[in-house]
Ligand binder design. Structure first.
Ligand code: SF4
Length: 346
């Protein structure tokens, strides 16, 4: 009977060191292999050139390296790159590289499909198959960093967890991946350059605050009126705005970090003065920034981008009330890589 080999990257550095000691080797060998696995992102044991052939064979006999593979890469006319990423079990997720003049941002996935059901989102139509492992999240970042160096001559500068899935529903693995991304033994990126974007899971926001995480938080809000928000994000009936706001107040009291809200203005849904007034009221308790994002229709046309006039109304009202606001044009629309469009169509 064939024995299923363990993914070596599921081991901590300490476990790897202990493994080598148990094999009669030096613990230091574990450090060397760990460096190959994470800092150098080795795809196979043969690449580990400072490890003896016998040891590499022994590793091969005991473990696998479940690396992701970029199956397909699409480039948009605006420079945005979308990767279709194949996981070791054949499932596919997508991640996106978004270049601007000053930064290169990776938008990464945290789940295959999504457990939530936002009605405007293409990913919601794929049922949640499973959570991504820390190494699968880390590998997406490495792949995009490599592409950034290759096509834009500079390393990746920022990461947003805004791809497929709700990151706070895969909390432990997302945090483990961020640990690796920020560790000098991984990519050594500053946590200040990472933003976890959630649709708003109050319990997990409180947990993050208690753990004093150093990365930023963004909330996909889209409406500050319960009735409206529940109609477009049905899970809002389980986590209503009052609970979300209390969790965010707690987050701010602990971290003193400004909160970013992601917000799309849709025609006939939230393009009213009443909606923007509710938003102002909702975010006044802490320094806030509202990113108004252009909407990308996902085929049936039920949701449509609101008029420029409505977006202007939002911008002016928010600014008048001292709330920072940016209006972001969407990127990568021609390759379905824009916000809410990731749905494994390629
Ligand atoms: S918007 Fe985010 S949380 Fe909502 S269904 Fe899409 S991927 Fe899931």
């Amino acid at each position: 009977m064939e024995i299923k080999k363990k993914d070596i990257r599921a081991l901590t550095k300490e476990q790897l060191r202990n493994f080598f000691v148990e094999q009669g080797d030096k613990a230091f060998r574990g450090n060397q292999v760990y460096e190959w696995l994470w800092q150098k992102s080795a795809h196979d044991f043969d690449a580990m050139t400072n490890i003896s052939k016998e040891t590499r064979k022994m590793l091969e006999d005991n473990f696998v390296i479940n690396h992701i593979r970029v199956d397909q890469m699409q480039r948009s006319s605006d420079g945005t790159i979308k990767n279709a990423v194949r996981l070791h079990d054949g499932l596919i997720v997508e991640s996106v590289l978004i270049p601007t003049e000053t930064r290169t941002t990776a938008c990464v996935s945290s789940q295959v499909g999504c457990s939530l059901d936002c009605r405007f989102c293409a990913t919601a139509r794929l049922k949640r198959m499973r959570n991504l492992n820390p190494d699968e999240i880390y590998d997406q970042v490495v792949a995009i960093d490599n592409e950034s160096r290759l096509y834009f001559d500079r390393p990746l500068s920022n990461i947003v967890f805004m791809g497929m899935g709700e990151p706070l529903m895969n909390y432990n693995n997302v945090l483990r991946a961020i640990d690796k991304i920020t560790s000098p033994e991984g990519l050594g990126m500053s946590p200040k350059r990472i933003v976890v974007s959630t649709s708003g899971v109050p319990k997990m926001i409180r947990k993050m605050a208690d753990e004093e995480v150093k990365f930023g938080l963004a909330v996909s809000l889209h409406s500050a009126i319960d009735e409206v928000r529940t109609s477009i994000m049905p899970f809002n009936s389980t986590f209503p705005l009052k609970d979300l706001r209390e969790a965010l107040e707690y987050w701010y009291s602990k971290t003193k970090n400004r909160i970013t809200y992601e917000y799309v203005v849709w025609k006939g849904i939230n393009d009213t003065q009443e909606a923007v007034d509710a938003l102002v009221k909702f975010c006044k308790f802490a320094p806030s920034k509202v990113n108004i994002i252009e909407y990308n229709p996902i085929d049936d046309g039920e949701f449509q981008q609101a008029s420029n006039k409505a977006v202007e109304m939002y911008k002016n009202t928010l600014e008048r009330n001292g709330i920072t606001v940016t209006v972001r044009r969407s990127r990568g629309k021609d390759i379905d890589a824009a916000c809410g469009q990731l749905a494994n169509k390629s």
